[in-house]
Ligand binder design. Structure first.
Ligand code: ADP
Ligand code: MG
Length: 478
């Protein structure tokens, strides 16, 4: 569990932060409502508490799927963990020692800032020569082509990304990836960088967010080092800028970016951009930038279909060494339709929940931990009919007829009740859908089933299973 939290934090925080502060933390104890974690020193404890408490709490909550209180304790060598409540940690804790710690903290921040390159220029010989520290970058090693599942809705973007990393600056320049949140833009962009570096280890690739570009620019202006900024950004082999839609309205950044773009483009260097929408739909984007962005290939990524979502989950399970029954994977894939990050999050949560609860991994057990999807699903009368007849093994003609056989009339009542619950159909419409019954019959049936449900556990469970299945079918049809 804690390893999963660490993994999540690693993906959210900058590398120096993660390596310096988070990685060394171990989980101490997990009870129903509290997770205790242990830092190597009191200093680290205070630091984490002050700056990363929320990140940690959020990550733990996300992985567990329910909120717990996080307690940070310090384990200085030899001493038992202090175990004091978090509120005890204040800025001016302890005289001399506190001052010293503050001093160290400030230095640590400075050291960290200094070790961070302004950009993520890979293999830049100049940078390598001038700093003896290892190269930093914020490329996620997992975002490579091997882990990227190709489906109908991202095939073109994937093919273009591959072409660009094999022969940059040729066909698709710039490559403009667009698509909604969590659909794989960042993954593809970083895969381009990884793969190109494999082919061309000395290539100078800058992968930056638009925000980073802006921040670098501001820093350069402030430090009067525009010369250096321009060298850095214009003497690279490939420029990859993520979330370029955020350049919207930033006039000065747009101005500078325009020149960076032109310089690189004219030198035949590859430019890759990603945005949540096509250039023409980015508001307050200078006309000349919009036309530059549209000059190469605009490849869009759409929401993946069920089959692709299954394949993505399977691949992730494989890489993470997870054994998950196919029907559970299917259930998750059917429940999360529009965002791959959420889809993956659901898988992680499922695994965490199962390992904590000790329950067998079945659809029934994992269903409660999965967030209900945000978009309401359309359930039709036909779906209810087909699920009930199928699961209870009843002939549709019998159900729609007037048979008074107990199992049939009961199934018919379930159908009416479930239609009432899951569709917007009126009582008379439901009556029609079950072979022309009177609306008072429908009302009576619904009341009867509702009562049964609250008194008979077996009926309640059966209805839950029927509902899950209906939901599932409706999801996969959407
Ligand atoms: P975006 O940048 O479009 O918001 P990301 O690239 O961050 O989306 O993708 C979100 C998550 O989904 C990442 O963990 C990524 O690895 C995963 N992902 C997206 N598309 C795919 C895919 N086709 N195959 C495997 N994983 C994917
Ligand atoms: Mg992204």
């Amino acid at each position: 569990l804690w390893n999963q939290v660490l993994e999540l934090l690693e993906s959210q925080l900058s590398r120096p932060t993660y390596e310096g502060w988070i990685k060394t933390v171990v989980a101490d104890e997990l009870t129903a409502d509290r997770l205790t974690i242990r830092t190597p020193s009191l200093f680290a404890k205070n630091w984490l508490h002050k700056y990363y408490f929320q990140n940690i709490t959020d990550a733990v909550t996300e992985i567990l799927g329910y909120p717990v209180e996080v307690y940070i304790v310090a384990a200085p060598s030899g001493e038992p963990p202090s175990g004091q409540p978090d509120e005890d940690v204040t800025e001016d804790e302890g005289g001399q020692e506190g001052l010293l710690e503050t001093a160290i903290a400030n230095e640590a921040v400075q050291a960290m800032a200094a070790s961070l390159p302004a950009t993520n220029i890979q293999s830049d010989p100049q940078v390598e020569n001038s700093h003896s520290s290892p190269r930093h970058n914020n490329l996620n090693p997992k975002y490579n082509f091997n882990r990227f599942v190709v489906g109908a809705t991202n095939r073109m973007a994937h093919a273009a990304a591959l072409a660009v990393s094999e022969s940059p600056g040729r066909e698709f320049n710039p490559l403009f990836l667009c698509g909604g949140v969590g659909l794989g833009k960042t993954h593809l962009m970083q895969a381009i960088a990884h793969y190109h570096l494999e082919i061309e280890p000395r290539a100078r690739i800058a992968y930056v967010s638009t925000e980073q570009f802006t921040n670098d620019l501001i820093a350069a202006i402030r430090k009067d080092s525009m010369q250096r900024f321009r060298e850095l950004y214009r003497e690279i082999d490939m420029l990859i800028v993520d979330d370029i839609q955020f350049i919207e309205g930033k006039e000065y950044t747009q101005e500078e970016f325009f020149h960076t773009f032109n310089t690189l483009y004219e030198a035949g260097k590859q430019i890759v951009l990603a945005s949540d929408r096509p250039p023409a739909q980015i508001p307050r984007l200078q006309e000349r930038l919009c036309s530059r962005f549209s000059m190469g290939l605009i490849a869009d990524i759409q929401v993946p279909d069920l089959e692709t979502r299954m394949a993505i989950l399977q691949k992730k399970a494989e890489y993470d060494n997870l054994k998950i029954p196919a029907d559970v994977l299917h259930y998750i894939a059917a429940s999360y339709t529009s965002n791959i990050r959420e889809l993956e999050g659901a898988l992680v949560r499922t695994v965490a929940y199962i390992s904590i609860s000790g329950l067998p991994m079945t659809v029934e057990n994992v269903a409660p931990v999965l967030n209900p999807p945000k978009e309401p699903v359309e359930v039709s009368a036909e779906m209810v009919l087909s699920v009930v007849t199928e699961m209870l093994n009843i002939d549709l003609a019998d159900l729609l007829g007037n048979s008074r056989r107990r199992e049939i009339s009961q199934a018919r009542q379930y159908v009416m009740y479930l239609m009432r619950q899951h569709t917007n159909l009126s009582l008379p419409k439901i009556g029609e859908a079950v072979g022309g019954k009177d609306h008072t019959t429908v009302m009576y049936s619904c009341e009867k089933v509702a009562q049964l449900q609250s008194t008979d556990g077996d009926v309640a469970q059966l209805l839950r299973q029927l509902s899950d299945r209906i939901y599932f079918i409706a999801q996969s049809k959407n």
